[in-house]
Design a protein around this ligand. Structure first.
Ligand code: AMP
Length: 462
């Protein structure tokens, strides 16, 4: 998963991109980068959080009125320097930089074809394939050029390109990942989520439509479309709504906070525990569904765990000893709220089950009478090939254990999940979502070779 931002025509383009990335930090904490253009191309990218990767001194060099930025959570290729985006090349004196959110599903085929034709790859990212296609394709008219290249891609992509002084934004025809358009002082801005527009005081204009390509030069914008999918419906990632996107963002035509609250209400309708003394969330991911759950049943909502906001990434230590402490340093239960009570604990989802187990263990230590866990989405049983880093089936707990077995593993008195129908019923247009992680029904054909390190293998072998 990743966050992307683009600024088309502003004196402080790179600074605005930096601020936008700050708001998109939750979409990728591994690395961040910005490329800008003032007749010459400038780029800074480093591992780490946005504020560490792009320090003040390095930002000074990012001159120009056009800039794009990226924060990365790797879903293809490992976390090495070469894989940090924006990915930049110069072709016939024209710089092309790209920031990508999503995962292509036909990477291997395209990669093999391009290599056969003489392309030499520098990274192990699917994103690089797109740039190779761009430089190989005849490029008279911008619209035709991008339509031609992007129609060769399959899978999930929200993309922002810097092509010299021009900004290009695009979204795959399924609309898997979000991408929106804003306006700031007459300048167009593109961002993964609307929370980035809020921070930079840009006005939300609209979402980029699935299959739309937007070309912005100066303050002029034109738009064209890729051929529509045969089936017609979109496949927005429902997990963006469940967990990934920020609740203050509007994506897929809805406000994420409101959607999560509706999920919580629906969960309460399906699996009420009216005898509870209180409802609490696992912070922060369960907060919003917990509000909905408590409101629906008219139960008191309490904050039962306090989050420590000051844990840097440096706390992630490889030894088991330190890992155990990491869980405890992040969240601490409030004994006086929980002791002797029958509690409902709301969480957005269970992936591997290990975090949930640790949280429940911490809660048990402060002596609740009963713990009833409620999950605001169905059991996650299948991996994602469109940009969420879900582990293989082997690691997805719901793929291997029944709900009863998971309940035992996590050590709760009861465990219930929201149904698929219930989850879809609270979405604005239930037909327009991808729910493959719950159902295994993939809207775009998935690759046979599914490793995240697909291209790494190729590079290492040679
Ligand atoms: P666990 O109990 O270990 O499955 O952790 C569950 C929490 O991690 C939930 O809040 C999940 O939504 C969150 N989570 C979200 N995305 C992922 C992911 N790709 N891998 C693991 N955990 C995730």
């Amino acid at each position: 998963m990743c966050g992307i931002i683009g600024v088309a025509n502003h004196e402080d383009a790179a600074k605005i991109a930096f601020l936008g990335l700050y708001a998109l930090q939750h979409r990728g904490e591994e690395a961040a980068g910005i490329a800008s253009y003032d007749g010459n191309i400038h780029i800074v990218k480093n591992p780490g959080l946005v504020a560490d990767a792009l320090d003040e001194k390095s930002m000074e060099g990012l001159k120009g009125k056009v800039a794009i930025g990226h924060c990365r959570y790797s879903t293809t290729g490992s976390s090495n320097y070469k894989n940090i985006q924006p990915f930049l090349v110069t072709h016939k004196n024209r710089p092309i930089a790209v920031a990508h959110n999503g995962n292509l599903t036909n990477t291997e085929t395209l990669y093999a074809k391009l290599e056969e034709e003489g392309s030499i790859f520098q990274t192990s990212m699917d994103t690089e394939v797109i740039v190779h296609l761009l430089v190989k394709t005849k490029n008279g008219d911008m619209q035709a050029w991008f339509r031609n290249v992007l129609s060769q891609l399959q899978g999930a992509y929200s993309l922002i390109f810097l092509v010299g002084d021009t900004l290009v934004g695009a979204r795959d025809p399924n609309g898997f990942r979000p991408l929106c358009l804003g306006k700031l002082d007459g300048t167009y801005v593109l961002a993964s989520e609307s929370c980035a527009l809020d921070l930079i005081k840009a006005k939300f204009v609209r979402e980029i439509e699935p299959g739309e390509i937007i070309i912005i030069r100066g303050n002029n914008m034109e738009s064209c479309y890729l051929p529509r999918k045969a089936k017609g419906n979109c496949s927005h990632c429902i997990f963006e709504n469940v967990y990934f996107a920020r609740p203050d963002s509007n994506i897929f035509g809805d406000n994420v906070y409101e959607v999560r609250k509706r999920l919580g209400r629906q969960l309460a309708k399906e699996h009420p525990f009216r005898d509870a003394d209180l409802v609490m969330a696992i912070p922060d991911s369960g907060n919003y569904a917990a509000i909905g759950y408590a409101q629906e049943l008219n139960l008191p909502l309490e904050i039962g765990m306090i989050r420590n906001h000051y844990i840097g990434r440096t706390f992630i230590q490889p030894s088991q000893f330190m890992r155990d402490f990491r869980v405890r340093v992040k969240l601490n239960p409030i004994r006086d709220v929980i002791k002797g009570k029958k509690i409902v604990v709301v969480e957005d989802s269970i992936v591997r089950g290990t975090t949930s187990r640790n949280r429940i263990e911490a809660l048990r230590e402060v002596g609740p009478k009963e713990i009833h866990m409620r999950i605001s989405c169905p059991p996650i049983k299948s991996p994602c090939f469109y940009g969420i880093d879900f582990p293989s089936k082997g690691e997805l707990i719901a793929s291997n254990k029944s709900i009863k077995e998971i309940s035992k593993f996590i050590n709760v008195d009861s465990l219930e999940y929201l149904s698929l129908e219930g989850m879809l019923s609270v979405m604005k247009d239930s037909k327009d979502f991808c729910h493959a992680c719950f159902t295994g029904k993939y809207p775009v054909e998935i690759p046979k070779n599914t490793s995240k390190y697909l291209l790494e293998g190729k590079i290492v072998k040679k």
